[in-house]
Structure formats: C-alpha cells, structure tokens
Design a protein around this ligand. Structure first.
Ligand SMILES: [Zn+2]
Length: 187
C-alpha cells in the first residue's frame, strides 16, 4: 500500500484526549480528586491534554526533529499503524529535501508545538495532564487529608508554588519547566 505524504492532514488524526476518563487507573482518581477540589474552591480549570496516543507522539516528535534539520527524512523510523511518507520527491523521482522539511514545518505549526516532543512522555501512558488554572482573590482549597489551605500568593495560576504543594497531596505533581503540565511523577 502506498504511504501518504507528510503534511498538515496528519495533525487531526490520532487526537489527544482532553478528558480525565482516558487517564490510567490510579492517576485518574488522583487527578479527579484534585480537579474536584479546585472546582469546589472556585478555580477555573481548562484541560488541554490528557492521553496522547503513541501514534501522535511519533508524528509530533519526528516532524519537530525534521523541521529543525536534525534528521534526514529517509532516516526516520516507521511506526506501526502510521503509513506516513516523510520523503517528498520531485517530478523526476529524486528526493526533495526542502519539500520534506516544509511539510514537517506545517505539521509542527498545526500541532502548535512549544517544546521538543518526547517519545516517552507520561501523556502516552495516561499519567499526565496539561491544564490552565486560574482564580481571583485568595484560593481556599481542600488538601487530600481534608484540611483547607488558603493560597494568597501569586501568581493566581498553575504556576503557583503553594498550589503545587496542594496538588502533591493528591499525587498530582507539577513539572516546573512545562507550564501546563502535571503528572504522576512530576516528569
Ligand atoms: Zn503535558
């Protein structure tokens, strides 16, 4: 079967889940308990990503690396279930490197990639969640043990260190270097 050329058409395939129901058993319950506490406290939460299928992780990773110029298109390994052709060709059949790179660039743009995408991200295992959190005033939120904690510090977002401590009581750990990202291990 002929492979389909790389390009933005791939971006809508193998979509990332935005629901906690796709998280793995164990982390799902921890996450839902933390989200319930945030909701009760009056915080706004927008979930951007939970489970990322391995096919999508493959496409994101290699389009990013190819666009950066760190790999030749014909050196990209295949992935089961993803019949993508990274090598674009000129009319005469010779490899067209600029066309390959520009198709990869269009994918990177379509995915809206900010950081080099990992092939071993905890999203692939349903053990990570990306979310945007906000509140106004002080946030009084229940910790896992039932005790409330009032957060008056700044910023009023998921980057607040006092909120990280509350998340940790639920087993939802912040990765400091990746603003929206929380996970089962902090990675
Ligand atoms: Zn993430």
């Amino acid at each position: 079967m002929a492979k389909e050329p790389s390009g933005p058409v791939w971006v809508s395939r193998f979509p990332t889940s935005q629901s906690t129901t796709s998280l793995v058993d164990g982390f799902r319950q921890k996450c839902e308990a933390f989200l319930a506490a945030l909701n009760t406290a009056g915080a706004t939460v927008k979930i951007n990503a939970t489970l990322r299928p391995p096919e999508r992780a493959y496409l994101m990773h290699w389009s990013f690396v190819l666009n950066k110029g760190d790999v030749e298109p014909d050196d990209i390994p295949p992935h089961p279930g993803v019949d993508i052709e990274w090598v674009h060709r000129k009319a005469n059949g010779s490899a067209d490197l600029p066309a390959s790179r520009s198709a990869a660039a269009a994918m990177v743009h379509g995915y809206d990639i900010a950081f080099a995408p990992s092939l071993t991200s905890l999203h692939i295992f349903g053990k990570a969640i990306d979310m945007t959190i906000g509140w106004s005033g002080a946030l009084t939120i229940k910790q896992k043990n039932g005790a409330s904690k009032t957060i008056g510090s700044q910023p009023r977002s998921g980057l607040n260190h006092d909120l990280w401590a509350v998340g940790a009581t639920y087993g939802v750990l912040k990765l400091p270097s990746d603003p929206p990202h929380w996970s089962s291990t902090g990675h």
